[in-house]
Design a protein around this ligand. Structure first.
Ligand code: ADP
Ligand code: MG
Length: 270
């Protein structure tokens, strides 16, 4: 009989029954005509993590989101949401996913509640349940007292929070946000970030937050640096600093996304 090696069982190398990450992308390439927008991209968003997808304009952030949400079909590699492949099990994958797109998509002339209930009924949630759930998610983004207000009366930051609330209506375990702070002032940006971080702490969902603004990153975040369709670095802040041979994130970002080009024409639009 083999003696049981207790040290091996207790060691961190022992493969635990590891739950699937919120998002696992493996070897995904996507081209528009001859131009490769994503080139062999692999990344992971652990459950309960704030993962910043950091990349300048044109890096491929929105293209990546479009593949995860199946706006585009990924023909190479694999994309799994909570272990469900978006191609082979699209319903299972998409039902666990909430998205806040780059462009605002609320109806300004409807109330906050109407926007949420309308969205939920599209997802097949009944009216009564939708109303109850809407109050819950509004509470969780700090807008419970604005349910009856028209969206038009809200600030830009509050509108974004309504979009987050809407994305949470069906109880997703992965939340994607594509440059959610664009157009917000510094105060609203910080408030939105704090709100999302609280959400992660409370609900344990995984968040992928696309941005080109390094100030949005905190020391405990997971960071994925994307540039010209390629992953330049990925991991904890120290991992990314090491990859960029830099002392701070702004120097690392410049090093990894081509500091040499900083003086050239800016804003490769995406
Ligand atoms: P980001 O969101 O990081 O700014 P995008 O994913 O929008 O970047 O764009 C990545 C690259 O793909 C850019 O070079 C952009 O011009 C190109 N691109 C994006 N969408 C299309 C499209 N529908 N047709 C052709 N090229 C596109
Ligand atoms: Mg974009």
């Amino acid at each position: 009989m083999m003696p049981i090696d207790l040290a091996a069982i207790a060691s961190p190398e022992t493969p635990a029954v590891d739950p699937a990450p919120a998002l696992a992308i493996d070897g995904v390439t996507h081209a528009f005509g001859a131009r490769k927008a994503l080139d062999d991209v692999s990344l992971t968003v652990p459950r309960g993590s704030f993962t910043a997808l950091l990349g300048p304009n044109g890096a491929g952030k929105t293209t990546l989101f479009s593949l995860v949400t199946r706006l585009y079909d990924n023909r190479s590699g694999s994309i799994r949401v909570l272990g469900h492949d978006v191609r082979r099990e699209p319903a299972a994958a998409l039902s666990r996913l909430g998205v806040v797109f780059q462009a605002r998509t609320l109806d300004l002339d409807l109330t906050v509640m109407q926007n949420l209930v309308y969205h939920a009924t599209l997802h097949g949630i009944g009216f009564r349940r939708a109303r109850a759930r809407a109050l819950e998610v509004l509470e969780s983004v700090g807008l419970a007292d604005r349910a009856k207000d028209k969206v038009r009366q809200l600030s830009g930051g509050q509108m974004r929070r309504v979009e987050i609330a809407r994305a949470l209506m069906h109880g997703p375990e992965l939340l994607l946000l594509d440059e959610p702070t664009v157009g917000l002032d510094i105060g609203s940006r910080a408030a939105l970030l704090a709100e999302v971080r609280r959400l992660i702490a409370r609900e344990g969902i995984g968040v992928l937050w696309a941005t080109h603004i390094i100030e949005e990153i905190e020391a405990s975040d997971r960071i994925v640096v994307l540039h010209k369709g390629r992953i330049q670095a990925q991991g904890s802040l120290p991992d990314v600093l090491a990859a960029g041979h830099a002392a701070d994130i702004s120097a690392a970002f410049l090093a990894l996304t081509g500091a040499a080009e900083a003086s050239g024409p800016r804003g490769e639009e995406g």
